[in-house]
Structure formats: structure tokens, C-alpha cells
Design a protein around this ligand. Structure first.
Ligand code: NAP
Length: 249
């Protein structure tokens, strides 16, 4: 198992769902965790308590990462608490699904700010410290929807495709400072985010998955832990789909 002792990880949107799973997995491997949340303080504190129960160190930090000042304060809080930030996981995300003719401008703006601008905000705040230390691991949680598209998700798909562009450009920018930037693209994972998807769409998706089942948060977290590890030191600018084979190529 990849070991992350001595590393400090900031996981955005770690109060619930996939982010929670990532926080717990990185903690299991020895990293100190900053559990970022926006509105779910109790859930974030419960993640911190779970990490502490397994002998780890963690801190919950409220920040709306869609706002640059908040993202900057998040990285500062992590650095103040643990001395450095080695690993950043840009996981915070949301959906406002709607066909384009019905989609409101605010649905576009909210999704772009929460999913894409947030990643830029947090990277911008974290990269300086990583450059100074000549070490960093940035992992962006995109989606198969950003690779293949999905009807009703023009905003979400665009934000997730944008994260892939951000991943590749930043990977090129910081590679000579021993910082890697990769993306993980989950397929369908049951969480609060996917709970409201129409049943017929869920059936359609399930039929298209070669492994014939949904993924789980741990399976996404394992891929993130790999990119965060020293074993992945020669991998940058890549997108790894964790989707049961839904999107190949
Ligand atoms: P989720 O269960 O809805 O959890 C979303 C998390 O993001 C929560 O912890 C939430 O925090 C946080 N968040 C939302 N807006 C935020 C903001 N402005 N600032 C800080 N945190 C914010 O979603 P999920 O399914 O775990 O998804 C996690 C990531 O995986 C997302 O980027 C999503 O697009 C991606 N993804 C999910 C799936 C899937 O099938 N579930 C598939 C592909 C990709 P609070 O509760 O504190 O507000």
C-alpha cells in the first residue's frame, strides 16, 4: 500500500461522498488531512473524528472554494496548522442539470464556479508553497461527463472538461518543480450528487457499464491515493477513468 506519512493533504468538499472517501483513504495511508467543507460543518467534523479515531491527524476548514479569497484562506489555514501542503485534491463539485433551453444562466455560473474556478483558485493558492518545496501532488476530480458529454449537463460537462485542460496546462507549467498534476474521472458513484438522477437515465447508464455495476467512493479514492503517492512520481498530465469501463480510449 502506498504510504503517505509526513504528507499534508487538502481535500476540498471532503464532508460527504467521494471527498469524504478520499480524505479517509489518504488518512489511512498516513497523511494529515485538511477536511474542507462549505456548508456541512457537522459532517466535516465527523470525518475529522473518524480520522482521529484511527490515529490520524485532521482539521476541518470551512471555505467556499468557488471564491478565491476563501481558497487562499483554506491553503493558509492548512499551512498554519501543519506547516506545508503536499497534496491537493480538487473534489468539491455540484450539478444543476437541465436541457440548455431551460437552463438558467445562474445554473451555468454556479456549476462553472463551484467545479472549475474552484480548482483554479485552490491550485493558484497552493502552487507557490509547492514550488518552494520542490514537491507537490495535485489531483483534480473530473468526470466521464467531461470526456464523453451527457445530455442535460452542458454546464457540468464543460466544467469537467475544463478541469482536464487545467490539469494538462498546469502539469506542463510546474513539472520542472517536481509537482505532478493528474485527474481522476469517476463514472457513476452513488452519492447525494447522483441521488436525484432519473431512474431511466440510471438504467441506461448501468446497461452501458462493461463491469455492470456502479462504482463506490473507495474505488475512486484508491486512484487518488495512487496519484498522491511516490509510486506515481513519473506520471503527470493524465486522466484516469474509474468508471467500470464506461468510457474507454
Ligand atoms: P456530493 O456527495 O454532493 O458532495 C459534494 C461535496 O462538495 C460536499 O462535501 C460539499 O460540501 C462540497 N462542496 C460543494 N460546493 C462547495 C464549495 N463551493 N466549496 C467547498 N465545498 C463544496 O458529491 P460527490 O458525488 O461526492 O462528488 C464529488 C466530486 O466527484 C464532484 O466534483 C463530482 O463532480 C465528482 N464526480 C462525482 C460522480 C458521482 O457519480 N458521484 C461522478 C463523477 C464525478 P458541503 O456539504 O459542506 O457544502
Amino acid at each position: 500500500m502506498a504510504q503517505l506519512e509526513g504528507r499534508v493533504a487538502v481535500v476540498t468538499g471532503a464532508s460527504r461522498g467521494i471527498g469524504r472517501g478520499i480524505a479517509l483513504e489518504l488518512a489511512k495511508r498516513g497523511a494529515k488531512i485538511v477536511v474542507n467543507y462549505n456548508s456541512s460543518a457537522d459532517a466535516a467534523n465527523a470525518v475529522v473524528a473518524a480520522i482521529q479515531e484511527m490515529g490520524g491527524e485532521a482539521l476541518a476548514v470551512q471555505a467556499n472554494v468557488a471564491v478565491l479569497d476563501d481558497a487562499t484562506a483554506l491553503i493558509k489555514a492548512a499551512t498554519d496548522a501543519f506547516g506545508q501542503v503536499d497534496i491537493v485534491v480538487n473534489n468539491a463539485g455540484t450539478t444543476r442539470d437541465q436541457l440548455i433551453m431551460m437552463m438558467k444562466e445562474e445554473d451555468w455560473d454556479t456549476v462553472m464556479d463551484t467545479n472549475l474556478k474552484s480548482a483554479w483558485n485552490v491550485c493558484k493558492a497552493a502552487v507557490r508553497g509547492m514550488v518552494r518545496k520542490r514537491y507537490g501532488r495535485i489531483i483534480n476530480i473530473t468526470s466521464v461527463s467531461g470526456i464523453a458529454g451527457q445530455a442535460g449537463q452542458t454546464n457540468y460537462s464543460a466544467s469537467k472538461a475544463g478541469m482536464i485542460g487545467l490539469t494538462k496546462s498546469l502539469a506542463r507549467e510546474v513539472a520542472n518543480r517536481n509537482i505532478t498534476v493528474n485527474a481522476v474521472a469517476p463514472g457513476f458513484v452513488p452519492t447525494d450528487l447522483t441521488a436525484d438522477l432519473p431512474a431511466d437515465l440510471k438504467d441506461q447508464l448501468l446497461n452501458a457499464i462493461p463491469l455492470q455495476r456502479w462504482g463506490n467512493v473507495e474505488e475512486v479514492a484508491y486512484a487518488v491515493a495512487f496519484f498522491a503517492s511516490d509510486e506515481a512520481s513519473y506520471i503527470t498530465g493524465q486522466v484516469l477513468a474509474v468508471d467500470g469501463g464506461l468510457v474507454m480510449g
